[in-house]
Design a protein around this ligand. Structure first.
Ligand SMILES: Nc1nc2c(c(=O)[nH]1)N[C@H]1C(S)=C(S)[C@@H](COP(=O)(O)O)O[C@H]1N2
Ligand SMILES: [Mo]
Length: 187
């Protein structure tokens, strides 16, 4: 889909599955997505609730910061902006922090979060998101490196101050934009 291959990336046919903290067990009856932080309304969604929200479908290349990319992955999910709108985020919000069931965390700027093709993905390539790719729900922000896309996400926290997630604490970049090769901190 993209006009140019991004700098420093090589295309491979299939995803490498990353589970730095293991593959969690999911009890879908108990699953809840919590929207909190600097919001007027704290929100909670069951998996059924999520499946009743409006979705968009996007096809984008996927880029891991370690140098591999996969062409034309199709995702279907809820625009992340919907969660910001419905919870009424404060105008002081600058960063958004994701917490996953496996204990993984990541952080993105509010600007990247509110991009029209930033989604909470429920489907991948036409099927319900496979467990290893983040079922029941994962973050997909196609213009950022893959590590920002928390799988098995269950808390979305709006913040004024920046806070490191898992990879950011190990030296990876705050923004993580692919086009600018924002791989590491201190650029
Ligand atoms: N919860 C969780 N989310 C995660 C990861 C992880 O280890 N745990 N790895 C990240 C990294 S580094 C990448 S590149 C993508 C890979 O997505 P995939 O495992 O669906 O291929 O997931 C991201 N989200
Ligand atoms: Mo990655």
């Amino acid at each position: 889909m993209e006009a140019h291959n991004p700098p420093g990336q090589k295309y491979i046919p299939n995803f490498v599955i990353y589970t730095v903290l293991g593959r969690p067990k999911i009890d879908i009856q108990k699953y809840k997505l919590i929207i909190e932080g600097l919001v007027e309304n704290k929100l909670s969604f069951t998996y059924e609730d999520l499946n009743n929200l409006p979705t968009i479908r996007i096809t984008r290349d996927f880029h891991c910061v370690t140098g591999w990319s996969v062409k034309d992955v199709t995702w279907e999910g809820i625009p992340l902006k919907l969660f910001a709108d419905r919870s009424k985020i404060s105008e002081d919000v600058r960063w958004v922090y994701f917490v996953s069931i496996d204990g993984y965390t990541s952080v993105v700027s509010i600007k990247d979060f509110l991009t029209p093709d930033s989604i909470l993905a429920l489907k991948m390539n036409g099927s319900v998101l496979p467990l290893e790719h983040g079922y029941p729900a994962r973050i997909i922000i196609p213009h950022l490196y893959g590590w920002k896309g928390a799988k098995w996400v269950y808390r979305i926290i709006f913040m004024d101050k920046y806070k490191d997630g898992y990879w950011e604490a190990l030296g990876y970049n705050e923004r993580g934009r692919v086009s600018r090769e924002e791989r590491f901190k201190g650029l």
